[in-house]
Design a protein around this ligand. Structure first.
Ligand code: FMN
Length: 176
């Protein structure tokens, strides 16, 4: 079984140097396209208290959360050996809601394929951060997608999936 789990904030976001309003967050858009490619419904990580919709409010809350990770709504739970985990780059790192989720869920034997949306910093140090929170998870090469291209991510996703398949096949061939 495979799961797509993501964290994303709708509302105001930066796009090409200006603030725009979006009904679905950038990472949610990417998660939905990945869901279409893999025929899986993406599952959101949601904090108990919803984020503000304005960019200044989101940033203020995100800053406060650095020292106190938020409580989450129930779910999604881990029931697969392979999880695609998506989130935005926040201050070069994993958003605290995702850290809370990793802390609460045992992703020990699970393969994690991380996709991140960003405004220039790519994956940042997300993969190292995740490995520290889930030391026994198997972390595969991640994918970074610019927020402004989140609604047209199919090609990047297809390339990523293909590269991961080739890598898995090579590993299996080496074992034989
Ligand atoms: C609190 C906060 C911190 C951010 N920090 C960074 C950053 O360090 N580097 C970067 O490239 N983008 C940063 N961004 C931009 C987001 O990663 C980007 O807009 C992302 O696509 C938003 O995803 P979402 O709409 O799914 O929430 C930040 C955004 C927020 C709200």
């Amino acid at each position: 079984m495979v799961q797509i789990i993501y964290f994303s904030i709708p509302g105001e976001t930066w796009h090409s140097g200006e603030i725009i309003v979006q009904i679905a967050g950038n990472t949610q858009m990417v998660a939905e396209q990945l869901g279409q490619l893999l025929n899986i419904a993406p599952e959101p990580i949601q904090p108990k208290v919803a984020y503000p919709k304005d960019y200044a409010g989101i940033t203020q809350r995100a800053t406060a959360e650095q020292s106190k990770w938020p409580k989450l709504q129930p779910g999604p739970t881990v029931h697969s050996e392979l999880i695609y985990l998506g989130f935005p780059n926040w201050f070069g790192d994993v958003p605290p809601s995702v850290k809370s989720w990793l802390q609460q869920n045992d992703v020990r034997p699970t393969k994690l394929r991380v996709f991140v949306t960003h405004e220039g910093s790519g994956l940042g140090h997300a993969l190292t951060s995740i490995q520290a929170l889930a030391p026994q998870a198997i972390i595969e090469p991640g994918l970074a997608i610019r927020g402004g291209r989140a609604n047209q991510a199919q090609l990047a996703l297809q390339h990523w999936l293909l590269a991961l398949e080739i890598k898995t096949k090579e590993k299996n061939d080496d074992r034989r």
